[in-house]
Design a protein around this ligand. Structure first.
Ligand SMILES: Cc1ncc(COP(=O)(O)O)c(C=O)c1O
Length: 388
């Protein structure tokens, strides 16, 4: 009998410990973990530097209220700002909180400049921005909102890739366009650099803010620190979470000076957000993942992984429809329901996770080794040969 609520469909595996790319289960199995808590453990399990950092900080100070100065947060905010487009950072604890706060920042900005009716957020239909009430209605997915009415209003939706519908849905009340730079849960769909540039142009022309949700695809996952970097555009607001904590719950909203002007004292807050323990870990993760050499490594290993996966796809064209993604945010689109495929991978000791559109999501840690990629490729190939 489990006293946990039944809101998850959990696999019957539990783990005793993890090290790097591997998880060790309670019944003695060793798994190659290409889920990593769904793109959370950016440096794998029990990274020595993170272990050392959390130990050290836990002996000094865990938590103080945001009513006081938090130097560790000042340091991390500065690092994030220096590395990115952002002028200011507001810390949270999770991705949903960060996306909700991003919406608040956008609305508050227009309120502050005397345009309170410019408050609607335009999102991609069936996207994913988290599970809080506003976030599920932002996602516009029936599956996520069913039974949770009354509807949280203020969101409009367009179809991914449908530029006409995007333009049609913009009104004088549109405050922001909010999209995931790479749709994660939605099936690893990448917004091209060209589209990002067009989005920026539309936003500039119509005085709309651009929010790029990098909760899943940010913090080095794409091979760049942010997935939008190659497009050379600057968004106005970027919610982050997952990878920045390396397994410790951290969220944040990055914003430019213009929009930050609305966030005056009392407009937003969080008891836990940005506490010293979280910030110590965030700083340690940031120092590693923001390093150019580290990111180049992600790019190189991704290139190899994608090439080899495409070769497997070519060998098994009846099993794999498409290899998707960027960096180490990779999707293998299967022709049939992916559950069987994922279960077969597990039987062969490789952990992956589903995404929409029959996609098997493959999320190694960013410091994954080439021989571990080779191990995963061997298993994927074997499963393709068995399933065809
Ligand atoms: C793009 C995106 N935004 C927001 C979220 C919500 O993050 P969290 O589960 O930490 O609330 C997720 C989680 O998967 C995500 O992928």
């Amino acid at each position: 009998m489990s006293y946990l609520a039944k809101n998850y469909n959990r696999k019957k595996i539990s783990f005793k410990y993890g090290k790097g790319s591997f998880l060790y289960s309670s019944n003695g199995n060793k798994y190659l973990d290409f889920v990593q808590g769904i793109a959370v453990n950016s440096l794998g399990h029990a990274h020595p530097k993170l272990v050392k950092t959390i130990n050290k900080q836990s002996k000094k100070l865990w938590h103080v209220s945001n009513a006081f100065q938090i130097p560790e947060g000042e340091v991390l905010a500065k690092k994030l700002a220096k590395k990115t487009f952002a002028d200011y950072v507001m810390f949270q604890n999770s991705g949903a909180e960060a996306t909700e706060a991003a919406i608040k920042v956008a609305r508050r900005y227009f309120y502050t400049i005397g345009k309170p009716n410019k408050n609607r957020i335009l999102c991609v239909k069936n996207s994913f921005h988290g599970r809080t009430l506003a976030a599920i209605y932002a996602s516009g997915s029936k599956k996520m909102t069913e039974g949770f009415g009354p509807k949280v209003t203020g969101f409009d939706h367009f179809k991914f890739g449908d530029h006409k519908s995007l333009n049609r849905k913009i009104t004088k009340n549109t405050a922001a366009i909010m999209v995931e730079t790479i749709m994660g849960e939605g099936g690893i769909k990448v917004i091209s650099d060209w589209c990002l540039r067009e989005l920026r142009k539309i936003c500039n022309k119509k005085n709309i803010l651009l929010i790029l949700d990098e909760v899943q695809c940010g913090i080095g996952r794409s091979g760049d620190f942010f997935a939008f970097e190659k497009s050379k555009i600057k968004p106005d607001i970027v919610p982050i979470a997952k990878g920045i904590g390396g397994g410790f719950p951290i969220g944040a909203v990055l914003m430019n000076k213009k929009v930050a002007s609305g966030m005056t004292p009392g407009t937003h807050g969080s008891t836990f957000g940005g506490n010293p323990l979280a910030m110590a870990v965030g700083n340690a993760v940031m120092d590693i993942v923001s390093n150019k050499k580290f990111l180049n490594n992600v790019k190189n290993i991704s290139k190899y992984f994608l090439l080899k996966l495409n070769q497997i796809k070519d060998k098994y064209p009846n099993v794999i429809k498409e290899i998707r993604g960027k960096g180490l945010l990779i999707g293998i689109q299967i022709y049939t329901d992916q559950t069987k495929f994922i279960n077969k991978l597990i039987e062969n000791n490789l952990l992956t996770i589903r995404a929409a559109e029959n996609v098997v999501r493959v999320l190694p840690p960013l410091n994954v080794k080439k021989n571990e990629i080779d191990q995963a490729l061997k298993i994927i190939k074997k499963v393709c040969s068995e399933i065809k």
